[in-house]
Design a protein around this ligand. Structure first.
Ligand code: 13P
Length: 241
């Protein structure tokens, strides 16, 4: 039985988690990904809550003259358990490629950090009817090459770009169909038994009002939440859907 995994992605927004942090059932995995500058403060704040610390990005080198970058070992030292990789905003604004994603995922695995690999198509790709092949290629580019250690930990998040921050959620059917396609693609790369256990999240305008329907789908194992994760009230409205 796959657990439900709900992760907040605060992107480059100031944290608004000053109030009390609500509780949630222990059969769920809950994490938040604040900006790098807030990781150590949040590590303190999350102690004893059961909420895991996630990062939004990492660089794939161990150390060196890479101004502005942060390594996996640095994240590990701060208590980070998960790291988002290949978010569409990083692919779009910062040129992150499938090859970069693979290198980052492998480096994170060396330090015991689980990657949350984001995949998803643009509106243009969906309107051209190419969304399944596009997302399939993003998944294959990583899963065909993944080491055993990285494969053991990786989580996938399906985030259709047209649903991110737009208020336009994919229908539960659209999200389920793509998540099932992602699972089938993973099965083709690494076998059905393995694919059956991989957690696949949906992301894109998830809010308390639509969480139950999305998370009730067979192949949707959780959510990657942007805007609605900035305040604990709405985030835990999703966690405790
Ligand atoms: P929104 O929930 O704000 O649409 O953002 C989704 C997202 O990009 C999470 O990574």
């Amino acid at each position: 039985m796959r657990k439900k995994f709900i992760c907040g992605n605060w992107k480059m927004f100031a944290p608004q988690w000053d109030g009390e942090i609500p509780s949630f059932s222990a059969d769920k995995i809950v994490a938040v990904a604040p900006p790098f500058t807030e990781l150590s403060r949040m590590a303190e704040r999350l102690k004893g809550t059961g909420i895991q610390l996630a990062a939004q990005n990492v660089y794939f080198m161990d150390e060196g003259a890479y101004t502005g970058e942060v390594s996996a070992s640095m994240l590990k030292n701060l208590g980070v358990s998960y790291c988002i990789v290949g978010h569409s905003e990083r692919r779009g604004y910062f040129g992150e490629t499938n090859e970069d994603c693979l290198k980052k995922i492998e480096k994170l695995a060396e330090f015991g950090i689980a990657a949350i690999l984001c995949v998803g198509e643009s509106l243009e790709t969906r309107e051209a009817g190419e969304e399944y092949s596009f997302v399939g290629t993003q998944v294959e580019a990583v899963f065909e090459h993944l080491s055993e250690a990285a494969a053991e930990k990786i989580v996938v998040a399906y985030e259709p770009i047209w649903a991110i921050g737009t208020g336009k959620t994919a229908t539960a059917e659209q999200a389920q169909d793509m998540c099932a396609h992602i699972r089938a693609t993973i099965a083709a790369c690494r076998g059905a038994d393995y694919a059956e256990n991989v957690l696949i999240q949906y992301g894109g305008s998830v809010k308390p009002a639509n969480a139950a329907e999305l998370l009730g789908q067979d192949d949707i194992d959780g959510a990657l939440v942007g805007g609605a994760s900035l305040k604990p009230e709405s985030f835990f409205g999703i966690v405790n859907y």
